[in-house]
Design a protein around this ligand. Sequence first.
Ligand SMILES: *Cc1c(COP(=O)(O)O)cnc(C)c1O
Length: 397
Amino acid sequence: MTVSTTTQRWLDSEQRYDSGVFNKHPLVLVRGQNTTVWDAEGRAYLDCATGAGVASVGHCNPDVVHAIQQQAATLLTVAQTIPNDKRAEFLEVLTSLLPDALQRVFLCNSGTEAMEAAKKFAVTATRRSKFIAMKRGFSGRSLGALAFTWEPAYREPFGAILDGANVEFIAYGDTQALQAAVDDSVAAVILEPVQGEGGVRPADLTFMQAARDLTRQHGALLILDEIQTGFGRTGKMFAMEHFGIVPDGVTLAKAMGGGLPIGAFVTTADVASRMPKGGHGGTFGGNPLAMAAGTAAMRFIARERLAEHAAEKGAYFRQQLRSITNPKIREVRGLGLMIGVELKQKSAPIITALEQHEGVLALPATSLVVRFLPPLTITHDEIDQVVTAFERVLQRT
Ligand SMILES: *Cc1c(COP(=O)(O)O)cnc(C)c1O
């Protein structure tokens, strides 16, 4: 595809100056509104990638934009040692959405930072250092978070430095393995209620309930990573609600800021009370701009009942995908608007064709899965367009 000279300049500059760790797409996105994003050539795309589930309230959600504009002109930075009106309001709204037991919040700027906090709080709460993590689990890319991330390709280049971490990986869903692994030396079991990067795999009820019971019996914490599943994505405000369990801690990020960088680890009063003052911290966490945006996003999700929309539209989306008869499809799965289609072939060429020929952005999740994480505001008509595009691409590619 030929592009204008300005677009080409932007593409070239990113190619030339970026660190090189990212596989860059051949397009320059410049604008977004709700489910649609536009490239510098004026071409529209239906966004079912949303920065891996960040834009749940839609791109440039008017409430979020308004909150950011107001706050940008009011106050941008306040250290966490000094209280701030927007932060207090954010904490009130966030804790009102979570179960009563989860009321102590550590604020930060990303999912990875939330995971780092979770582990530090688990260590100080239990005075133990062993962790149980899940095969195919994803926890982030810092050296600390990487120790809990399964994918060997992410870990191998850093093997030696990760060796010190005391992490045992068990198969996701294997209750017997969990039983064997959890003992009185374990600080925490960490898992995603639906594995995202690992291929869009919802946990099963027995496994989740066993994780809750076993950790409680052995004085270990259960920490749920709801960075991708939180805030309505799976059809409940938090995915833990599908399993009827309340963990000792939950990590949140992605959709929580309405598009701004944000992260949080939320835990019980008991766990929080055992972290010493000054035991953790951060410069930008809880900044008024992210707080204002996050409050607007969370209020929008609650007021517009986006979790219920995600449940209904997700079921419709999966049903439409399942009605495609194509031998390349192995399985359609997911929860709410967190949807994966496992193929019998590599998903990358399908995702590229969707972007280039159909104007649909989707994500991989392992090499065989096409993952759809649209805004929770997506319409049935837009779902139909995505499904039709996917069907055409499967036939052609
Ligand atoms: C995205 C993600 C992370 C890491 O979050 P970042 O904001 O990229 O640091 C961790 N866990 C899960 C489940 C995620 O989806």
